[in-house]
Structure formats: structure tokens, C-alpha cells
Write a protein of this length. Structure first.
Length: 339
């Protein structure tokens, strides 16, 4: 599996929270050869299952969300588009950025830079004061109210081992799920493995909530990104690119699952880091663990620099090790796990 091509394909989709269909269809085509069945549920979640062939087999659910942050048009003023955010958009990233407006066909626009004489030029301009210029008349602009927008672009290589671009959060982790399923392709499994590309994580997590309820897994792993180390980042809250995936440790992860991830990483000599999560994990793991009567849950994270920006950057080596650790966790889980 060529991960660069997979990342370019997935991240090139324009699919903010609530509008994930383009990403779900692309992800479905990539997942289908690796599982026995795929379907898209009422919430837009992509779900695939590889059955182990054992009657009454237990289930594990691997999740990565397919939505990305974005914008949505709220009004028009002299042909310019007013907007608000979908998910956690950093206003510092916006002035001068190109955006794709999700019309049919899509059109391009740009977030207008502040005009001359702008006070406090060292501070972020509030989103309420920003507009998108798409070269429209007032009538044309008014017709677009309610239309979503995303950062323009896909992704590109950065040095020898990194990839950079939009929507790495969290489509890079769905790529890791694909790679893990490829590693498991010829393995004799003792559990049914469900793979979910969930929706709306950036705004509510309801995709994972509904998907987990429907699958009724015996355990699940939320695979998401965590903050990568940069010169200005706190060392105790960021993780080195190339240092391996970060295994979540804390009260909202099932201890036996965390321990199995740690043990398998050491056993297979897979580099890893530990991320202490004292409360809310900020991932779908929060919603998944309380589905129905409760589900044993773990969190595995891929270090990512510049999160929630159009230039998110990751290590392909970390992506490989994330997939390898997921595959190692799943293999022989029915015999070795605590289910």
C-alpha cells in the first residue's frame, strides 16, 4: 500500500463535519478490498467488517474520523461572504488563505487580508470581521448562504519522511487503519474486526456515538492525532515525530487494553510514546466507552504538527508503526485478551 498516494487521495477530499460523503465514498473504495463487507450508516459513517468465520465471535472496533474542520457561509455583504467555523478553526490561519467553496461544481475563494490601517496587526483578526472574496455579485453571494467551505489543497512531501497538508486530522489515522488491515489480510483472526470512518468528530462526536451503538463491539480503539513536537511547544504535552505512536494512559482507557498496547509495542520492537490523559481524551474514545452498557476502550494517537491548520505534518514512519501496533493488538486478541 503506497501511503503517500493514500494520503493524497483521502486528504484531497473536501469533507467538513456534516458533509463527509465525498471522503466516505473514497475511503470505502480503499477499504473494500480488505474486508468482507462495507456500508454507510444513517449518520454517514463508513463501516467495514472482516469476519473471522467463528460463530458468535467477539468484535473489536477500530475508529478514525473522516471529517475535517471547515467554514460555513452565513451571509453576504457587497458580494463578500460572511462565515462562521465548523470545528476548531484557528483564526490566525485564515487571512490570505485560499478556500474551496463546496458548490456544484466547487469554486475557489480567498479569505481577505485585513485592510490598511488595521490596528493591533500582531493579533488575530476575529472571525466575525473576516470575509471570503470569491469574485461574486451580491446576488450570487446571497445564494451561497449555508454552503460549507474548506481549506484548499491536498498534501505533499516534506523532506524524506514527512507529509504535509490539510485534513491529516484524522484521515491519516484512517490510512493507518487501512494499513493495519492490509497487515492482517492473511492472518487467521479469532475476532471480527470492524473498521469505522466516523463523522462529525470535530463538532460533536455523534458519528462515533451512533456507530458504536450499532456495532456493539466488545472493545474499541479510537485512533486520532496528538500534538507533534515543535520548538515553541511544551515538551510535556507534545510528542516527537518519528518517535512512534502515542499510547493513551489514564482513567478513561481500559487498563488491560493500554497494557496490551504497551506489551505488544515492546514485544514487536515498535517505537512508542506514552500520552497521559487525566480526563477527557479529546477523541471519539470519550463517546465510544459509554455506548450501551459500556465498552472497553483504548486511545492510540499519531503525532501531528500544526494541528487544525492547512499545513498539518506527520511522519510516514510513525504512520507505519501505528498500523503495525494496531495489527499486533488485534492478532490473537480473542485468545490473549481479557474479553
Amino acid at each position: 500500500m503506497d501511503m503517500k498516494t493514500v494520503l493524497e487521495t483521502l486528504c484531497g477530499c473536501t469533507a467538513p463535519s456534516g458533509f463527509e460523503s465525498p471522503a466516505a465514498e473514497v475511503a470505502r473504495a480503499l477499504l473494500a478490498p480488505l474486508v468482507d463487507e462495507t456500508f454507510i450508516d444513517r449518520m454517514g459513517n463508513l463501516i467495514g467488517v472482516r469476519r473471522c468465520g467463528r460463530e458468535g465471535a467477539k468484535k473489536i472496533l477500530l475508529d478514525a474520523h473522516l471529517d475535517e474542520i471547515g467554514l460555513i457561509i452565513t451571509g453576504a455583504e457587497e458580494g463578500y461572504l460572511r462565515f462562521c467555523t465548523i470545528g476548531g478553526v484557528d483564526p490566525r490561519m485564515l487571512p490570505g488563505r485560499e478556500v474551496t467553496i463546496l458548490t456544484h461544481p466547487p469554486m475557489l475563494g480567498m479569505v481577505a487580508s485585513p485592510g490598511p490601517g488595521q490596528e493591533d496587526q500582531d493579533k488575530a483578526v476575529p472571525i466575525a470581521q473576516l470575509v471570503v472574496d470569491a469574485g461574486l455579485t451580491q446576488e450570487q453571494a446571497e445564494a451561497l448562504v449555508g454552503t460549507p467551505m474548506v481549506y484548499r489543497g491536498s498534501c505533499f512531501p516534506l523532506g524524506e519522511d514527512q507529509m504535509c497538508g490539510k485534513a491529516m486530522d484524522d484521515r491519516s489515522c484512517f490510512a493507518a487503519l487501512l494499513w493495519a488491515m492490509e497487515l492482517l489480510k492473511d492472518k487467521d483472526l479469532d475476532m471480527d474486526v470492524y473498521v469505522m470512518g466516523s463523522t462529525r468528530e470535530e463538532v460533536s462526536g455523534v458519528g462515533a456515538t451512533v456507530g458504536t451503538w450499532a456495532v456493539q463491539p466488545d472493545c474499541c480503539i479510537a485512533v486520532d492525532v496528538t500534538h507533534g513536537r515543535t520548538p515553541d511547544g511544551p515538551a510535556d504535552k507534545t510528542f516527537v515525530l518519528g518517535g512512534g505512536p502515542a499510547i493513551g494512559v489514564g482513567p478513561n482507557m481500559a487498563r488491560w487494553m493500554t497494557q496490551r498496547l504497551l506489551d505488544k509495542a515492546r514485544e514487536r520492537e515498535i517505537p512508542f510514546q506514552q500520552e497521559v490523559m487525566s480526563g477527557h481524551t479529546g477523541t471519539n474514545g470519550w463517546e465510544m466507552q459509554i455506548s450501551r452498557e459500556g465498552v472497553a476502550t483504548a486511545v492510540l494517537s499519531l503525532p501531528l504538527k500544526y494541528m487544525h491548520s492547512p499545513i498539518e505534518a506527520l511522519s510516514l514512519t510513525d504512520l507505519k508503526h501505528t498500523a503495525a501496533l494496531l495489527a499486533a493488538f488485534v492478532e490473537n486478541l480473542g485468545r490473549e485478551g481479557q474479553l
